[in-house]
Design a protein around this ligand. Structure first.
Ligand code: CP
Ligand code: NVA
Length: 312
């Protein structure tokens, strides 16, 4: 038996809706407490002796550093694996990898391609599995984004979030957040790169509104956010996307259409002059550095919750 998760059933975090609204609020509030203690140099070693394996099948800066630093700060340790540096790169089945790794560590984070791949891993894992980004979802990033919004502007319920650009992993995770947490998501993407109606299903206008014109999508928004035109794994489409997305660059005019106190977010890495102007991302409404930092704090709360449950 693994020593992990002694207090309850095995839980994974493969997409945002694996958690209830209440659980998301708990993790956000716990992250604020953990962040506050960290800023005051108070130790918070709730995962002493626990070990996290991180499996990266795509590149990363923020996800790796935040999980690795976070686990050490909780008193635990990490093992860093890549496809090329492990037997995954030599065709060992993901199911066998899951069976083996999860007998040796307490928690696994994976960044990979198809959602089905992380689901297959989780189905054969004895310990909690965290989605560190797949083609379909990026739930840890959205936890950090919600925390950042709450810190700057208070509760997100009833607010409007404008997503400008590709219907990618981030946008679908924002959609799950809108459904779960009770805010409205405006989405504008060029033809050919819009949300897939089959994945979206029936959504009321209180949850999702789609716009042809990105400026209209920004109108009245409390938060404007975007992402790279080409996500990892889609690089062969680079040139076609560069042409298609030319008008989907978040600029000062779009921010002026949003609420006067709207914040700008970007999960990073950013390409100034493509999906966002330097004026916006480096301007006074941008909270992207707090957003990046909050990956650290919210993932500490997430790992603690998956292994120990609520700490109230
Ligand atoms: N935002 C994010 O996940 O960044 P990395 O790709 O650097 O991990
Ligand atoms: N949508 C981007 C996010 C990177 C953190 C990608 O998948 O590459």
């Amino acid at each position: 038996m693994s020593a992990a998760n002694p207090t309850g059933p095995l839980r994974h975090f493969l997409q945002l809706r694996d958690f209830s609204e209440d659980e998301i609020h708990y993790v956000i509030e716990r992250a604020r407490l953990i962040k506050d203690k960290f800023k005051r140099y108070q130790p918070h070693h709730t995962l002493h002796d626990r070990n996290l394996a991180m499996v990266f099948e795509k590149a990363s800066t923020r996800t790796r550093v935040s999980f690795e630093a976070g686990m050490y700060q909780l008193g635990g340790s990490v093992i860093y694996l890549t496809t090329e540096g492990s037997q995954l790169g030599r065709s060992e089945p993901i199911e066998d990898t899951a069976r083996v790794i999860s007998r040796m560590v307490d928690l696994v984070m994976i960044r990979t391609f198809e959602q089905t791949r992380i689901e297959r891993f989780a189905a054969h894992s004895r310990v909690p599995v965290i989605n560190g980004l797949t083609n379909e979802f990026h739930p840890c990033q959205i936890l950090a984004d919600i925390l950042t919004f709450v810190e700057h502007r208070g509760p997100i319920r009833g607010k409007t979030v404008a997503w400008i650009g590709d219907a990618n992993n981030m946008s679908y995770t924002w959609l799950q957040a809108a459904e779960l947490l009770g805010f409205t998501l405006h989405v504008s993407a060029p033809a050919g790169y819009r949300l897939d109606p089959l994945r979206v299903g029936q959504q009321p206008a209180s949850v999702l509104r789609e716009f042809d014109d990105p400026l209209e999508a920004c109108r009245g928004a409390d938060l404007v956010t975007t992402d790279v035109w080409t996500s990892m794994g889609y690089e062969t489409e680079n040139e076609a996307r560069r042409l298609a997305f030319a008008d989907w660059c978040v600029d000062a005019q779009m921010m002026a259409a949003a609420q006067p106190d709207a914040v700008f977010m970007h999960c990073l890495p950013a390409h100034r002059g493509e999906e966002v102007t330097g004026e916006v991302i480096d301007g006074p409404q941008s909270v992207v550095w707090d957003e990046a930092e909050n990956r650290l704090h919210v993932q500490k709360a997430l790992m603690e919750f998956l292994l120990l449950g609520r700490q109230e």
